[in-house]
Design a protein around this ligand. Sequence first.
Ligand code: SF4
Ligand code: SF4
Length: 710
Amino acid sequence: MSSQLRKRAEEAMAQKTLTSALGSFSEAYVVSRAKAYEGLDFEELRNSIADIKGKASQHLDVLAEQFKKNAEARGAKVFRTSSPEEVKKYILNLAREKGVYRIVKSKSMASEEIHLNYDLEAAGISVKETDLGEWIIQLAGQRPSHMVLPAIHMTREQVADLFSKEISERLTTDIPKLVKVARRELRKYFFEADMGISGANIAIAESGTIVLVTNEGNARLVTTLPKIHVVLVGLEKLIPGVQDAVPILKALPRSATGQLLTSYVSMISAPTPNTDGTQKELHIILMDNQRTAMAADPQFRNALQCIRCAACLNVCPVYRLVGGHVFGHVYTGGIGTILTSWFNLMQNAEDIQGLCITCGRCKTVCPGKVNIPELILEIRRRIVQKKGMPFIQKAAFAVIRNRKLFHSLLRAGYLAQKPLAKDGFIRHLPMFFSGLAEFRSLPTVAETPFRERIKKIKQPQGGEKVAFFAGCAIDFVYPHIGEAVVKVLNKAGLEVIFPEEQSCCGTPFRGSGDYDLAAEAAIENIKALLKDGVPYVVTACASCASALKLEFVHVLETEGKTEWIAQAKELAARTYDFSTFVKKLVDEKRLTLKEAKHLERITYHDSCHAKRFLNVYEEPRTLMRKAGYDIVESFESDMCCGMGGSYTVKQPEISSRILQRKLQNIEDTHADMVCMECPGCIMQIKGGLDKTGSKIRVKHTAEILADNLR
Ligand code: SF4
Ligand code: SF4
C-alpha cells in the first residue's frame, strides 16, 4: 500500500465521527437485514439472482438490441455506446439542441462513474442532485462514499452547516427540519428544470422498461416533471423478462437498507404526455464502459451479477473503519475496487486492492453471489503477473520455499530471540521492527519444531493412519497444538503420521498474488500427503484446511497445471479440519469426551477461513459443550481478528484497529477462555490480550479437547 493511501486511511480512522457513524450503522444494519430476510430463503433467492444476471451477462448484445427495439417501438430513443465520452457528448448535444440550462438528477452511480456533472457544469448548465444524500455531497463538493448512502460519512452538524450556507440562514441539527429545508429548496429545481436525468436499477429487454427503486420520491419528479428525461443505464442492468426483476426487487431493499420494500418502485416503459399536452422525450443511454469486456472475462464476469445494494460495504470490517473516500474513486469498498479496476483502469486498483483483508464477510451477504475476495485476489494475481512481486516479499517467499534454509533460519531465530523473549512472548522489538510488536505481543519460535517432537510420541500401531498437515505456525511456533491433536487422535486408536516433505500450504503466496509459487506449494504438498495412501489428512489450521480443500484445485487450474487436478481433488476429499474430523469420531463412537458439567466459560472466535470458507462453526461448539464447557457467544464472533496473514504486517494500523474491537468483544463476554481453530488468529488474539494484560486464556480447540478425553 502506498504511503499516500496509508496516510488517507490513517486520517480516516482518526476521525471519530466517521468511524463511530460507520460502526453503529454496520451493527444496526446486520440486525435490520436479518429481520428483513426472516422467512425468506436467502440462498435460494440469491441463486436465482446469480442465475438471471449471470446468464444475462453472457447475452448483453442480444438483450441490448431487444431492449432498444422494444423501447423505441414505444417512443423512446435508445443510444448504445461503449464510451463514457460519447455518453457525455450525447447529453450535451441534446441539451444544446433543446435549449436546456437546468437539469435535475436522481441518484445514478453510472453518471458518477463518468463524472457527468463536471462536464455539464463546464458547459454552463446548472445540475442539481435531488436525492438527499447526493445533494448533500454535491453541496460539499465531494464524491459519494457509499453506493446507497452517499453521505453516510457526514455528521448532522456538517449537514446543518452546508444547508445553512446554501440558504443563508443558521439552521440547527434537527433532522426533520433539515429534511424540510431540502424538500423546500429542491422543489423549485424540479419545477424549473428543462431536463431530468436518472439512472436505472433494472432494464427489462422484453418490454424496453426501466425500473427505478427509490425511497425519497425524487426520482418520480425527475422522471415526470421536466419535458426531457434521459436515463443512463449500465449494460449490466439488462435482464430478459419482467419476471426476472422479481427476485432482484425482493433482495434489493432488504440487502440495501434492511427494508422489506422501498417507498417507490417505478417502471417506465414509454414517454408520458406532459401537462401541456405535448409528448415527453425519453432518451435511454445504454452505457458499456468495459462491461462487455468484463463479461468476456471468465473470472470477472461474476462481478456483473452485482445489483449495487452495498450490503458488502455494510458488513466489511475495513470499510467501516476507513469509509469510502479512502478508495479514491467513485465505487468504494471491495466491489468498488473490482469495478474501478475495469471501469477506470487496472492500475487504479493496484493500491486500493491492498485494503481488503479477504475475510469473505462480504460474499456471504451478497445477493448477486459476487465472490469479492476471490476477485480481489485475481486483481493481485494480474498485478503480480504484470509487474512482479516487490523485492522484499519475493526474497521472503524464496526463503519460505527453500525448506532447508527456512528451517535453519527458524533455528537461528530461536537463538536470536532469547534476549527478547519472556513467557513465550516477544513484547518489544528494537528499531524498525518495533512496530511489529506494538499492538500485540509476538509469539516466540519453538525450541523444537513439531516435526521433531512427533518422533518422540509413542503412538498406537497397526490401526488406521491419519496424515497430519501442521502448517508453518503449528510446526514451528505452536508445536504443543500438534501434540494435542496427536493425543486426541491416538485416543481414537488412530496413528498420526507426519509426512516430512510437507511445506507451507501456499496461502501467503496466493494471498499476495503469486500463484506460481502457490501452485508449486500445492504440488509439493499433494505429493507429500498422498504418497502414503492414508485415508485421512487432518489439519488444525483453518487456513491450511481451506488451502488443501478448496484452493489447490483453483490455483492449479488458474496456472494451467491440469495434470495435477485429479490428485488435488483426491487430497481435498481426504482432508478434514480438526473439529469436523473429531466430531465424526465422536459421532462414530470412536472417541468419548469426558462430558463434565460447567467446567469453564469459553467464548469461541470463528476464524474467517473456518466460518466462511469451510462452513465450520457448529462442530467446535458442539464438541466443547459435550466436553462440559459453557459457551458464551461474543458479539460479532465471526468478525475477522485483523490478522489476515501478512495483512497485519502490511496494514498494521487497520489490523490493530480491527483487533482492538475483537478484543473488546471477547472481554465483554467475561469468559475464562477464548478458543479458536486458526494459529494465525491465535497469534493475533493471544498477542493482543497479552498486550492488554487480560486474564482470558487463549486455546486451540485441540488443546481443550485433549484435556477432556475419557
Ligand atoms: S457485490 Fe453484492 S453485496 Fe456488493 S453491492 Fe453488489 S450485489 Fe450488493
Ligand atoms: S473480503 Fe472482507 S475486507 Fe475484503 S471487501 Fe470483503 S468484507 Fe471487506
